[in-house]
Design a protein around this ligand. Structure first.
Ligand SMILES: NC(=O)c1ccc[n+]([C@@H]2O[C@H](COP(=O)([O-])OP(=O)(O)OC[C@H]3O[C@@H](n4cnc5c(N)ncnc54)[C@H](OP(=O)(O)O)[C@@H]3O)[C@@H](O)[C@H]2O)c1
Length: 322
């Protein structure tokens, strides 16, 4: 099969479109013809040699896909249109997918739109609801609101009846986040999110923060949380180490939580996929939830897509079409 491969770690130029052995699905796995996948920050790290795949994962890049079932398992039949998070192997013509991870693609969505859903929406769903316990009437601050994960999180949180505040780094991104349902959108390069959150919540703080930035935001994040607030740490785009003051955790009874979707045990991941499908599929059918596609590249141009992601310009997902 055709796939994106690299022989040594490095910049986007190491990626090449070549031939790889077909995957061999294990019992309970589907063989899927991949029609589209999408770029993730983890792919950039793995390409640079800084994020080795789990031992049992495909060494090929790609954490999500949308395609057609070629050989079924469980309730799936050949020809079914499915989307899924995978532990690797999405940047390829064929992929093995555990049957429990496959989610039906709503009829109104193309493969390219569907490929923008799995990683961003499942990460957002896990951290907002399963771990973050966000409820209707609560408030959530979403950093990097225009990112793939951010654009999914804004919509999911709004759909659950929560009040959404976001940060982003350009006026265009702020405007797009408002369209998606953010009530308060802050330009973090021009203003202090800590001050604006205090203002917007009349000093109470937010109930949950979805953070992709990490260490530089620690103090301001804790200061921006309400009593019994939760900080869901899902990324370290700004760094992972620093000096921290833990006293607000005690004083405000805060919960700090984190998870990497890729390393979640399969039974938990399939339970997540099931809960997500029940919540989100009717909302995708009705148009209340939408995949946010920033751009689409042919898979053979994965290096271009990686370069573009490294510029931090995208709003939503960068899709790779086979
Ligand atoms: N834990 C998990 O399971 C999991 C799963 C998926 C993704 N993630 C993580 O979530 C993060 C976002 O992923 P994504 O694919 O959604 O990203 P993305 O679409 O590439 O967007 C990332 C955005 O973050 C902002 N950003 C980058 N560096 C920043 C910094 N130092 N400080 C503040 N903002 C910064 C930029 O937007 P601005 O213009 O607004 O600055 C950038 O466009 C990544 O760290 C990724 O590894 C975690």
């Amino acid at each position: 099969m055709k796939a994106i491969l690299f022989d040594q770690p490095g910049g986007p130029d190491v990626l090449r479109f070549g031939e790889a052995p077909d995957p061999k699905p294990a019992a309970g796995e589907l063989l899927v013809r991949v029609r589209a996948t999408a770029a993730n920050r983890a792919d950039l790290l793995q390409r640079r040699g800084a994020y080795p795949p789990p031992a049992d994962a495909s060494p090929i890049l790609g954490l999500e896909l949308a395609g057609e079932v070629l050989s079924g398992a469980g309730a799936w039949r050949p020809g079914d249109r499915v989307m899924a998070v995978v532990t690797g192997g999405g940047y390829a013509e064929l992929a093995a997918v555990p049957a429990g991870m496959a989610i039906r693609i709503p009829d109104r969505l193309s493969f390219e739109e569907a490929a923008a859903i799995p990683e961003a929406f499942l990460t957002a769903f896990l951290n907002l609801f399963t771990l973050g316990r966000l409820e209707g009437g609560e408030s959530v601050l979403i950093h990097a609101g225009a990112s793939g994960v951010g654009t999914a999180a804004i919509q999911l949180a709004r759909s659950a009846g929560a009040r959404v505040l976001i940060t982003a780094g350009s006026d265009e991104k702020l405007a797009r986040c408002r369209e998606l349902g953010a009530e308060v959108a802050l330009h973090y390069k021009r203003e202090s999110f800590r001050e604006r959150v205090a203002e917007a919540t009349v000093g109470r703080g937010v109930n949950l923060i979805l953070d992709l930035v990490g260490a530089p935001y620690w103090d301001d994040n804790l200061a921006s949380l309400a009593i019994d607030g939760r900080l869901a740490s899902i990324g370290t785009l700004g760094g992972s180490r620093g000096q921290i003051d833990i006293s607000p955790i005690l004083a405000k009874r805060l919960t700090i939580l984190g998870a990497a979707l890729r390393r979640l045990p399969l039974p938990q991941k399939t339970a997540l996929a099931k809960a997500f499908a029940a919540f989100a599929l009717p909302r995708f059918e009705s148009g209340e939830l939408r995949p946010v596609v920033d751009s689409v590249y042919p898979l053979a141009q994965a290096a271009e897509a990686h370069r573009y992601m490294e510029l931090n310009r995208n709003t939503g997902k960068i899709v790779l079409r086979f």
